[in-house]
Design a protein around this ligand. Structure first.
Ligand code: HEC
Length: 84
């Protein structure tokens, strides 16, 4: 459960420090909202894993969180332009 807390924390809001402001300025608000909600869900998993230490609870939280992954991937895509 310590590893759950460590890994979840690393995927939480702290990871947003690596997102360039120039990117945040360009993506739609609904995508940002979904992204930040996902980060916050990871932070909650980290807190609960450290404090409650109940594996089935963490797994249920991850199950809920992964709906965000699917929601975003089915709605948004970043298309890379490749120059010939
Ligand atoms: C807010 C939107 C959003 C959320 C939430 C999100 N993703 Fe993504 N993800 C993207 C985008 C955009 C890309 C870039 C590829 C693309 O445009 O399809 C990507 C790429 C990826 C890739 C490919 C990375 C690579 O290097 O090619 C993986 C794997 C992935 N996401 C997994 C996840 C998982 C697991 C979750 C949930 C824990 C998640 N994503 C949540 C938007 C999101």
């Amino acid at each position: 459960m310590d590893l759950v807390a460590t890994l979840a924390k690393s995927a939480g809001m702290a990871a947003e420090a690596n997102t360039p402001g120039s990117l945040l300025a360009k993506i739609p608000l609904s995508m940002k909202t979904l992204g930040f909600d996902t980060r916050k869900k990871f932070d909650q998993i980290a807190v609960d894993a450290a404090e409650l230490k109940i594996p089935v609870h963490s797994r249920r939280q991850l199950d809920q969180l992964m709906k965000n992954c699917i929601a975003c991937h089915s709605s948004f895509k970043i298309i890379e332009e490749v120059s010939q």
